[in-house]
Ligand binder design. Structure first.
Ligand SMILES: [Zn+2]
Length: 207
């Protein structure tokens, strides 16, 4: 009888631990679900990021150089976390991860055109992946030695927002894999883009 009491006590304690653990896990997953709902659909989030964001422009190529305080006011929390604090979204959470529409991806912080949909590919890494940026100036590559790794960080060429990283295991013709946080991407369908490009072409010809 004396022996069984500690055993029973231990069993009761273990049981409690397991219960509290699973309930905290449950809470976490609920929180995450809520967070995901805030993000998706990503288009709503993108629209929010444009509201009151005076530097947002898909045509202005002038560099953006504003204080962190100003960024904080301009960007929604999730975009600020990725863009300015070099955050990383959880893998498989971006609606662009499995997204095949034709069009252009812009920086969600400043509107700078970054990638075309025809350079997007299925990398299986959990984040939207591209093998080539729109132009050499649309992004900036910076060495990143954080987290004990040697990587190349990819930043927006206009506002220096953190976008993600580039790796050497991409498909031809570049062999590169630009692994990008979906939160920092705005997407516009091809039809609108074609129209815009034609208009821009016209302006250039007239000049
Ligand atoms: Zn930008």
């Amino acid at each position: 009888m004396i022996r069984t009491i500690p055993v029973l006590l231990l069993a009761a304690i273990l049981q409690q631990c397991t219960n509290s653990q699973s309930s905290s896990l449950k809470n976490n997953s609920i929180n995450m679900d809520n967070k995901q709902k805030e993000h998706s659909p990503a288009k709503e989030g993108s629209d929010q990021s444009k509201k009151g964001n005076l530097i947002y422009s898909t045509t202005d190529t002038s560099k953006v150089n504003i204080s962190e305080e100003e960024w904080k006011k301009l960007l929604p929390k999730d975009v600020y976390y990725i863009a300015r604090q070099k955050g990383t979204e959880r893998p498989w959470t971006s609606q662009f991860e499995n997204f095949h529409e034709r069009g252009t991806y812009y920086c969600a912080a400043c509107g700078n055109p970054l990638f075309q949909s025809d350079t997007k590919f299925e990398s299986g890494c959990g984040w939207p992946s591209f093998y080539k940026p729109i132009s050499e100036t649309s992004i900036i590559n910076t060495p990143d030695h954080s987290h004990g790794m040697i990587r190349t960080e990819v930043q927006c060429g206009r506002c220096k927002a953190h976008l993600g990283h580039v790796f050497n295991d991409g498909p031809p013709p570049t062999g590169l894999r630009y692994c990008i946080n979906g939160v920092i991407l705005d997407f516009e369908k091809a039809k609108d883009i074609e129209k815009k490009y034609t208009e821009e072409g016209k302006i250039k010809k007239d000049n």
